[in-house]
Design a protein around this ligand. Structure first.
Ligand SMILES: [Zn+2]
Length: 111
């Protein structure tokens, strides 16, 4: 079974992280050596690669990203990533509405 390995640069330090992805019976095992992933949290490095973002990619295997994308397409992981993106978009809109109402309240309190 295919196994994909990537190396990415940290966006905030000189660190680099190793990422590895392969299909399992239950889904896709996609690991990263960053601290967030080490704490069993989702990390931006894996999401970026799944999204095809090569900005921080240091390894020269861009073609493997296409294979990774194909591996993820149509899976529960892909559905969950899409749901997260939608929720984050909604959260951004709600935050803007909250700020708008706060400004409105401040204006209305001016009498
Ligand atoms: Zn990571």
């Amino acid at each position: 079974m295919a196994r994909y390995r990537f190396k990415v640069r940290s966006s905030s330090s000189f660190d680099t992280y190793q990422l590895e992805a392969y299909q399992t019976a239950a889904g896709i095992r996609f690991s990263c050596t960053c601290q967030a992933a080490g704490n069993d949290q989702h990390c931006k490095h894996r999401l970026a690669l799944i999204a095809g973002d090569v900005t921080q990619l240091e390894s020269r295997n861009v073609d493997d990203l296409k294979a990774l994308s194909a591996l993820v397409t149509g899976t529960a992981l892909a559905a969950s990533i899409a749901a997260l993106a939608q929720l984050e978009d909604e959260a951004t809109k709600i935050k803007a509405r909250i700020n708008g109402e706060k400004k409105n309240i401040a204006r209305l309190m001016m009498g």
